[in-house]
Design a protein. Structure first.
Lengths: 666, 666
């Protein structure tokens, strides 16, 4: 068999593995794997620097299937190039409960999957994060002739990814930053679910990406011209200034004559008869799920080359170790998720005499303290650095020519910001990505936050300006339902600290959450330091910040800036002979994970007069206040007026807390 | 005073009104009003077809301040050109509680404000909707020589708007559709909050918009060259094929030497001393909030011209009326929010014998029935028409050359889709915009949905594939927290119908909600028609769908596809001598708005054994189930497997409902 023939056979193996798995599952998206099989084959067998025997190799090139619905392309490639998973059995279990081959690729399920994709455009933005992480580490660690960090990031996108706004945000930033090692393959098949791209997507992609500062290359026939694909990938790698987009013209569902080139090929199994016809058409004479011996033998070279590549890198790292032992130590420490000794010993502590400060301000102080210990603390704000107070003063801007710096200027691009941070986290090199905006604009990046949680990315989200206390900017800028809406996302750690001590405690948790995202909810306005506020107790999610003598008549439960109102109200209640306990509840999810004994000790079930005070939606509070409790909350949009006046008019005063507490006790 | 002088004086009046109001409020964004005052002046006094004496004139040009933080520019322009509001008193009350001049423009507060803006990029997408509505109405109603619909849509954007992904989505679609009457003024001041645009935004905007199919014009000196601004606006109007972007180079904070050209000018009052200096610098010799008499007299011509323009249009419409009386009647009906007689008389009704169907399928049937009555029913899906079943079969695609059609192909652009629908609704011409995607991707458009509610836009959101029953596509595509997260948004009507009858009832509400957005939550999978399901009772939000003899021992509460489980479980409980009532609760917000008597009749407080069954987050359910109740819910991410298996494994079986119900009764 000629080399050309075995290459073609390998490509068709990808096609049939994909089509057969989708057929067996009776569910899936054959269009992309059939059309992009040649590009996938060239990339994985000739270009990608990877070692199938060690998917965790630190310097591997990263591949992201942004068009995640084409998962069978990736599973086929991983299997054929020698990764231990997915096995053929796994592929036969495509899209089944507990399989290693879920409908869309999930990094927490299949070892060689870098990031979880599916929601369109996310993967492209993840790739920008992966590429930024690489540039940062390279700038910090590489030495002349000893480039121990030099991986490329490849990403495959479809029309859907490019229509999504997040892809413009991410691509514009990547172009600005000159992320030369980012290479995006665009599966340009002119077809979406609704039909031809003529229906809604007639823009000039080449012009758009060139405007973003990218190199744009084109492959006229991605169905068969694998030499052109390889040449374009090499040209992409050769550009040392810009990220590259390779526009590869393909036919969706290639090989299945009944459906190819049509939206029918996109998202449903081809059908038994169509697969029979496709076998004839592509001259495929093998069993279902069979991998021809020639293909096995041919593809096994990928793993061999990968092992050699890693061995070569290991030897380079050994050279590095002997020449730069201190840098080597730092590099190894960087790659580890272990926290350096003493990292939390100087977190700020405040006494009640400390002057009132906004928790966003205290956050900025903590962030700068943490930056002393974590050179991989890396991030910034969506153009709100002065407001979010997220700038690391000991470092400069991460820009072309200064990639060693820790401050990434995201621009007004919240959605991409979140997804880029996911990519940075999932580079798995010990980076601690953080990002910031106003809490209300968490809505712009909500799917990225969800994806952090789903893919166990330890991103720190810093959301400031957390209530109607934002004031004059008015309802468009005042969060109301946002704290509750974030509490809803599974596996997301949400913390709303009450003062500086709780801010320190919140960051302690966020840093420790290396495989879970954390959201910090912070005030715009100053708040006092509270008697008995406790950084360590934030790790319990909730605690008694002020107790009374004897059994409480009522429990006041507050979070964030409203805890102070509860404490002041409790002070007054005591003078009236009412026993009031105050509970600070900065994190519901952490509190819920405590023992029932602890929870009962804080919120004894026998005490059913409970009043929650939080300047946001009451939704969910019933869980803590119960049938006989009440909530001071905001269940409408805010209003434009000075922040104090907003709080007052919405009932966030000591007087109102007192009144509502007494009403409960009647 | 020369004409040039009075023009300059008028521009400076805008500048000082803005600066003074912001100074008095001690809050606001002077940078944009100072820099964009000349563009605002030219647009409002020379180009915009508007009648300040009648802000509701149907054929007025629309203006959207997408960079909503520059609100004082707009308030100044409205006041100077003769709108009754805001008055000078209103301007003195800028950003104060209950004022007509909130921090960001709000259409529900100030009559002449077309749309509420502030969250960046939304306004540009709203403008695409406004422009699409105009093209649609023009195509339906205009006759040769009688163009009764021909308004332009102008939009002012800043760097922030253009960095947001939503602006790429919207601009790409506008270019595709060739919305020639959309003209965007780009306040190109090179400065954002973080500093120079060099930090994060170095793309070629001209190239990007040309790639989107726009005409791009440039004004080199937008600070002083008002002739160039006027010429560019005229060139923009002259292009009969493409939308236009006018890149106007301005100086942020122009005139305030201490701050101009710097991010310091952006978002804080200039300061007393700086304003004194600015007065000298711009030779301004008037009192605070004083409008020079020459300016008053000069600007009064705008209202005169506006009245004439409207009178001319009225006469045109009268001609139209006499020549095309039937079309005229239709036009007037279109503009009205009144619902045509009989619109709801043929909504589908189903009996228990009807075959099971997915509620998305029933939704498609209703939509097509409604399309017979509402030519202004206008919308579509974000490239999921076949899945969302949202295509109006009696019409074709809204495309260049076929603007009379009702199906708008949004492409994979959820965020812009929502905001475009807001624009369509807020064209206030009786259009009923709808849009659709998978429920999980509501996250991509969440701020647009919030803005619908805040701005009272009667958009219908059709979100299908509403639970883990989505199946094989897995956790990235399976909503869990989404129904709850939508219930959180103030003033948003959320309905999750249980079967075809409830779907009909849900649409009845959605259509009647002309000044409130409605979200319909629909299944992918088939569900049976339920005995006693009731379209009319959906208007109560919740109702007893199956009762028992005598006092219930337990109440099972379900929504959507889970009501069937409750009914089957109740049937079995009865055979075991347990009195079970079943409540279908399709809409929490509607149910909450009922009388306490009605609510008590459905969910008597004496019955505290209550079990909710909903395939999503339990968050919030405590409100209905109380301290002694329980919820069958999903509080983790989903999984890739066939939908039935997912439901089964997550406990959505009759057996589990029975078991959990009995556990409650123990």
């Amino acid at each position: 068999m000629t080399f050309e023939n075995v290459e073609q056979l390998s490509i068709n193996t990808i096609r049939f593995l994909s089509a057969d798995a989708i057929e067996k599952a009776n569910s899936g998206h054959p269009g992309l794997p059939l059309g992009a099989a040649p590009a996938g084959y060239v990339l994985f067998s000739k270009i990608l620097k990877h070692n199938p025997k060690n998917p965790a190799w630190a310097n591997r090139d990263r591949f992201v299937l942004s068009a995640g619905h084409g998962s069978m392309l990736l599973y086929s490639l991983l299997n054929l190039t020698g990764y231990s998973e997915p096995t053929i059995e796994d592929i036969k279990n495509f899209r089944q409960w507990n399989s290693k081959t879920p409908g869309h690729p999930e990094n927490t399920v299949t070892p060689a999957i870098e990031v979880t994709t599916g929601p369109l455009g996310q993967g492209l933005a993840n790739s920008v994060g992966l590429a930024a992480a690489e540039r940062h580490l390279a700038a910090r660690f590489n030495k002349p002739g000893l480039e121990i960090v030099d991986n490329y990031t490849y990403c495959l996108v479809g029309d859907g990814c490019l229509m999504e706004g997040i892809s413009s945000e991410a691509a514009s930033l990547a172009g600005h930053l000159g992320l030369e090692k980012l290479i995006v393959l665009y599966d340009d098949n002119h077809v979406t679910i609704d039909g031809s791209t003529d229906l809604a997507f007639s823009e000039n992609i080449k012009g758009r990406f060139e405007s973003f500062g990218w190199q744009v290359l084109e492959v006229a026939d991605g169905d068969t011209d694998i030499n052109a694909i390889e040449a374009a990938l090499k040209d992409a790698k050769a550009d040392k200034n810009r990220p590259s987009l390779i526009k590869i013209r393909t036919t969706i569902g290639y090989g299945c004559t009944a459906k190819q080139g049509s939206s029918d090929a996109h998202g449903a199994p081809l059908g038994k008869d169509n697969i029979i016809e496709m076998r004839k058409n592509l001259n495929w004479n093998f069993e279902t799920f069979e991998i021809p011996e020639e293909v096995k033998s041919h593809m096994s070279k990928v793993a061999d080359a990968g092992s050699k590549a890693e061995a070569k890198w290991t030897s380079l790292v050994n050279d590095y170790k002997s020449k730069y032992p201190e840098d080597y130590k730092n590099y190894i420490n960087q790659l580890s998720d272990d926290l350096p000794e003493g990292w939390d010993s100087n977190l700020p502590k405040y006494s009640v005499d400390s002057k009132p400060m906004a928790t966003r301000g205290q956050s900025g102080i903590v962030l700068n303290e943490l930056a002393k210990h974590f050179k991989g603390l890396f991030g910034g704000s969506a153009d709100l650095s002065p407001s979010n107070q997220t700038y690391i003063k000991s470092s400069g801007d991460f820009q072309k020519g200064s990639y060693e710096n820790q401050n990434l200027r995201f621009g007004v691009r919240e959605h991409a910001m979140g997804a880029i941070c996911n990519g940075i986290a999932l580079h798995k090199s010990g980076m601690i990505p953080y990002c910031a905006t106003f809490l209300v604009f968490a809505d712009y990046m909500r799917n990225a936050i969800r994806m952090s949680a789903l893919s166990k990315a330890g991103v720190i989200y810093i959301f400031t300006h957390d209530s109607v206390a934002v004031g004059e900017d008015g309802p468009t800028h005042q969060p109301v339902e946002h704290v509750a809406s974030l509490r809803l996302i599974p596996d997301l750690c949400v913390i709303r600290p009450a003062d500086g001590n709780e801010v320190s405690g919140a960051y302690k948790i966020a840093i420790q959450n290396r495989h879970r995202p954390t959201v910090l909810i912070l005030t715009r306005q100053n708040v006092p330091i509270l008697q008995n506020s406790d950084a360590d107790k934030v790790s319990k999610g909730g605690y008694i910040i002020k107790d009374c003598n004897g059994t409480p008549d009522i429990i006041l439960i507050g979070t964030g800036s409203e805890v102070q109102l509860c404490i002041k109200a409790a002070d007054k209640l005591v003078t009236e002979g009412i026993n009031a306990r105050v509970v600070s509840l900065p994190s519901w999810d952490i509190f819920e994970s405590q023992s029932s004994e602890y929870k009962e000790s804080v919120l004894p079930s026998s005490i059913d007069k409970r009043l929650s005070v939080e300047a946001g939606s009451r939704f969910g509070w019933n869980e803590y206040t119960g049938n006989k409790g009440d909530s001071i909350s905001i269940d409408r949009f805010g209003a434009s007026a000075p922040g104090d006046e907003c709080l007052h008019n919405f009932g966030f005063t000591v007087e109102n807390v007192l009144e509502r507490a007494k009403k409960l006790l009647k």
